[in-house]
Design a protein around this ligand. Sequence first.
Ligand code: NDP
Length: 442
Amino acid sequence: EVDWFSLASILFLLMFAPLIVYYFIMSCDQYQCSLIDPLIDLLTGNKHLSDIWSKTPTLTYRAASIYTLWVVFQMLLYLFIPDFCHKFLPGYVGGVQEGAVTPAGVVNKYEINGLQAWIITHVLWFANAYYFHWFSPTIIFDNWIPLLWCANVLGYAVSTFAMIKSYFFPTSAEDCKFTGNFFYDYMMGIEFNPRIGKWFDFKLFFNGRPGIVAWTLINLSYAAKQQELYGQVTNSMILVNVLQGIYVLDFFWNEAWYLKTIDICHDHFGWYLGWGDCVWLPYLYTLQGLYLVYHPVQLCTANAIGILMLGLIGYYIFRMTNHQKDLFRRTNGNCKIWGKKPEYIECSYMSVDGTKYYSKLMTSGFWGWARHFNYTGDLMGSLAYCLTCGFEHILPYFYIVYMTILLTHRCIRDEHRCFSKYGKDWKRYTAAVPYRLIPGIF
Ligand code: NDP
C-alpha cells in the first residue's frame, strides 16, 4: 500500500528533482553559484524565466557524442573485460560474486570489475591529459550543461524501459513488486534486479558506472579548469579531489560488498535509482568542485588540516563500521571485533515462499554504539567536502543537507523494513542498541 505521504513525496520528486538539478547548475553558470540571485532577479521582475532559459546552453552534437561514447565505453568495460585485479591485488574481492538471496529466493551472480573499469578509465584520462592530448581535460566542465540534457535522456530512458520490461519481460517475475500506483511503481521500481542477458545488471551498472566512475573524472576536470583559469589549483580543490577520490575508490574496492547494501538487496530498480544514478549523483555530488571553479578558495594550513582530519576520521568510521558488519556476517559471528568475540542477537525471518531463515544482528563494535554508525561516518566525510568551500555561499552545503535527509530517511526506511522482517527480534535489538546515528542523542 502506498500512503499519501509517500505518494506526495514521490510526485514532488518526479516534478521537482530535475528542476532542482537544473537550478543548481544554472546558478553556477549564470550567477556565480548564488542560489539567491536568480530568485531575486525573478521576483523583482529584473529577469523572466525565458531570459534565464535563453542563456542556457542547449543540447549539442558534441555533447551527445561525448556522452554516447562514455556510456558505451563503460558498458564495454563492464561486459567484456573480466576482472583481473583480484588476481594480483591482495585482499581485493573481484570476479564472479554472488549477491544476497532475493525475497523470492534467487541468488544472482555478478561480475565484479568496477575497480578495473575505474583504473582503465583514469589511466586513459591521465594518458590523454599528459601525453596524447586528444581532448582537453576541461572537456567535462566545458560541456557540463549540454551533458546534463544527455544524462537526463539516459536517466528517463532507462527508468521507462525498466518499467515496460517489468510488465512484459521481467528477469525474475517472482521478485516484481506491483503496488498498482503508477507513480510509485515508476519511481521506486517494479523489478528487483532487472537484467539483459546473463550479466548486464541494471543496478550494478548504473549505480557504479557511468555515475561513480564519472565522479572522480568530473572533479579532475574541475581541477583542470581552475588551472586553466587561474594558473593554479587551490588546496581546497585538491582536498575535494582527494577526499571524494578516497570515497569513490573505496566504493570500487568494496564493490562486492556493495552487493550486500540496501540498493542491491532491497530497493527495486526504478526512476529513483535509474535517473538518480545518471543525473542526480554526477551533478549534485560534485557541486563542491564546480563551486571552486567559480570561487577558488585557498584555505589556511590549519583549516585545510582540520578539514582533512574530519574527512579522514569520517571515512575511517564509515569504512570500519561497514567492515565490521561485513566480517560479522561473512563469518557468521566467528570473528573478532575490537579484539573480542562479537555480541549479537539471534533472529529469524520468512521468505515469501514460507522458508524460514536465521540471521544475527551484532550489538558490539560500532554497531553497539548506534544502529547506523556507518551513516554517521559518511555524514562527517560529507561535511568535510562542503567545508572546503568556505562560508560565502550555501550552494556547496547542499550535499551535507541532502545526505542528512537521505541517510536519516534511509535509516528510518531500513528500520521499518527490518521490523517487518524480524518482528520481535528487531525490538530486542533496538532495546539493546537504542540510538540510530549519534549515541545519546538520536
Ligand atoms: P547498511 O550497510 O547499514 O545495511 C543495513 C542492513 O544491514 C539492514 O537492512 C540489515 O540487513 C543489516 N543490519 C542492520 N543492523 C545490523 C546489525 N546490527 N548487524 C548485522 N546486520 C545488520 O545500509 P546501506 O546499505 O544503506 O549502507 C551501506 C553504506 O553505503 C553506508 O555506509 C552508507 O553510508 C553508504 N551510502 C552512501 C550513499 C551515498 O549516496 N553516498 C547512499 C546510501 C548509502 P539484513 O536484512 O541483512 O539483516
